[in-house]
Design a protein around this ligand. Structure first.
Ligand code: BES
Ligand code: ZN
Ligand code: ZN
Length: 509
């Protein structure tokens, strides 16, 4: 990953491949953002005019490259758009800086070192820029042959090697802490992206469990893996039913992190379908090519638990990864089969493609047995949620309105887009089954909410619970934007980490 340092040095003397500056969209054209004063001076105060001549407006995401002024050690200035100027002389928001830093870091792929002269008015800005750089520089090239010969020069786009954050004070405790937090969160988030992007022939449930086990050991997290034999012994009919058609058996991974001074216990539960073919209710071509992303919830939970441990948060967190591969075969669960779930309830499986709720049901019940203060599950659960909220926003459902609001607030704080969704009682009867206690299908309309209502049935009595449907934002099939790459995004990781921080601080529940 990109190496990060803080420096109070001035831009002109810095030996780097590029200096990154911010440019905002003012009423009368582009405005050079604070932090770039020495650069502007070197252009005799005409940098805004130069940028305008080059076509820059300061719009968010815009990149303008220009030769550095005489006397600069770096050859190039990269001006990145920040969007509208803050009102009333205020500072640029954290998310604006995070996105701009991300765009610049991605643009600078192939460069060894860049200095970031973006507006820094405190530790919050340092953390945001650091996070933006580390997340924006991410690339997944494990499966690409290294370019050779002339192609290496042309296409050798390794991630930016090193970023110096100007205006960040290396001896300021708050600045240093912000940098360390950003590094821990971004490293784990990028690891979640790697897991999501890894093709399903290389990441089956056993492989995912082994990676989780290894990381947990490194960070003082206790880990327990239930293999198919243990799942059978325990009666985990949901996870076993979904995994029944695959040659790669399912796993339930339990990650336990506990700070000695923890007062509260959070449980995070992640949907970990390493590949969702739909099973016997097979998805048609065009709907399964990206279904390696169906373990994004489990990847987010895994990343958040490890990040919380690295940050040493004063909280207890149990992470549950419900891992299975949903495949059709002679041993697969059929539409019409009835599963006996870990909770004891029976489920008539009417559509094997509604598998996420089945694995989550078992994990939610297992999580409930420990009576945590709250449970949050994360899942790429329904196409309906994508239709409702689009590709950048996850839906939040809960059995407690205040908790749901706390989650959408936490998401906003860290720069993740989310929206509260209801759990309308009248949709429950659509899941009545003539044969079993409940079926895994309900009305088509409001499918995301139906799925939420199904999950609610498997949350222990009296436990505060929320469900994050990240089917839209988990995997970016379009081009990169801000600090979000193509492919696995790491959706929900930062929201979960923020919830853990708020809980540790006693500010939640
Ligand atoms: N993994 C899918 C949901 C999904 C869709 C995730 C698009 C990411 C992008 C899930 O298992 C699924 O297939 N859900 C069905 C449920 C239906 C059969 C009730 C759906 O949404 O169509
Ligand atoms: Zn499915
Ligand atoms: Zn699925």
């Amino acid at each position: 990953m990109t190496a990060l340092t803080l420096s109070t040095a001035a831009a002109p003397g810095l030996r780097a491949d590029a200096i990154v500056i911010g440019v905002a969209k003012g009423g009368k054209g582009p405005v050079v953002a604070p932090g770039a004063e020495t650069v502007d001076q070197a252009y005799d105060g005409r940098l805004a005019a130069v940028l305008e001549t080059l076509g820059a407006s300061g719009a968010e995401g815009e990149v303008t490259k220009l030769p550095a002024p005489a006397g600069f050690k770096a050859p190039v200035v990269v001006a990145v758009g920040l969007g509208a100027e803050p009102e009333d002389d205020g500072a640029h928001g954290a998310e604006t800086l995070r996105r701009a830093a991300g765009v610049a870091a991605r643009t600078l792929a192939g460069a060894k070192k860049a200095a970031f002269a973006l507006p820094v008015d405190g530790a919050g800005a340092v953390g945001a820029i650091a996070e933006g750089v580390l997340l924006g520089a991410y690339s997944f090239d494990t499966y690409k042959q290294a370019p050779q010969g002339a192609a290496a020069k042309k296409n050798g786009r390794a991630p930016l090697g090193e970023a110096v954050l100007l205006g960040g004070r290396p001896r300021d405790a708050a600045h240093k802490a912000a940098l360390e937090r950003a590094t821990s969160v971004a490293e784990e988030l990028n690891r979640a992206r790697d897991l999501i992007n890894t093709p399903p022939n290389d990441l089956d449930p056993a492989a995912f469990a082994a990676i989780a086990e290894e990381a947990a050991k490194q960070h003082g997290i206790t880990v327990q893996v239930l293999d198919p034999a243990a799942l059978r012994k325990g009666g985990y009919g949901g996870i076993l039913g979904v995994g029944a058609g695959s040659a790669a058996g399912p796993r339930l991974v339990k990650l336990s992190y506990r700070h000695p001074e923890a007062a509260k216990h959070l449980a995070f539960v992640g949907k970990g379908i390493t590949y969702d073919s739909g099973g016997i209710s097979l998805k048609p071509a065009g709907h399964n090519e990206t279904m390696k992303c169906d373990m994004s919830g489990a990847a987010a939970v895994f990343a958040a638990v490890v990040a919380a441990a690295r940050l040493g948060l004063a909280v207890q967190i149990t992470g549950w990864l419900a891992l299975a591969e949903n495949m059709p075969s002679g041993s697969a669960t059929r539409p019409g089969d009835v599963l006996r779930m870990y909770s004891g309830k029976t489920v008539e499986v009417l559509n094997t493609d509604a598998e996420g709720r089945l694995v989550l049901a078992d994990a939610l019940w297992a999580a409930s047995e420990e009576k945590p203060d709250a449970i949050v599950d994360v899942a790429t659960l329904t196409g309906a949620m994508v239709l409702a909220l689009g590709n950048r926003t996850f839906g939040v459902m809960a059995n407690d309105d205040a908790f749901r609001a706390a989650i959408t607030d936490a998401a906003e704080e860290v720069g993740e887009e989310s929206w509260p969704m209801p759990l309308p009682e009248h949709l429950r009867k659509g899941m009545d089954s003539p044969t079993a206690d409940i079926s895994n299908m309900g009305e088509r309309m409001g499918g995301g909410l139906v799925a939420g209502l199904f999950l609610r049935e498997f949350v222990g009595e009296g436990i505060t619970w929320a469900h994050l449907d990240i089917a839209g934002p988990a995997f970016n099939e379009a081009g990169p934007f801000g600090y979000t790459p193509k492919g696995g995004t790491g959706s929900a990781v930062r929201t979960l980490v923020r919830l853990a921080e708020l809980t540790a601080a006693g500010d939640l529940g």
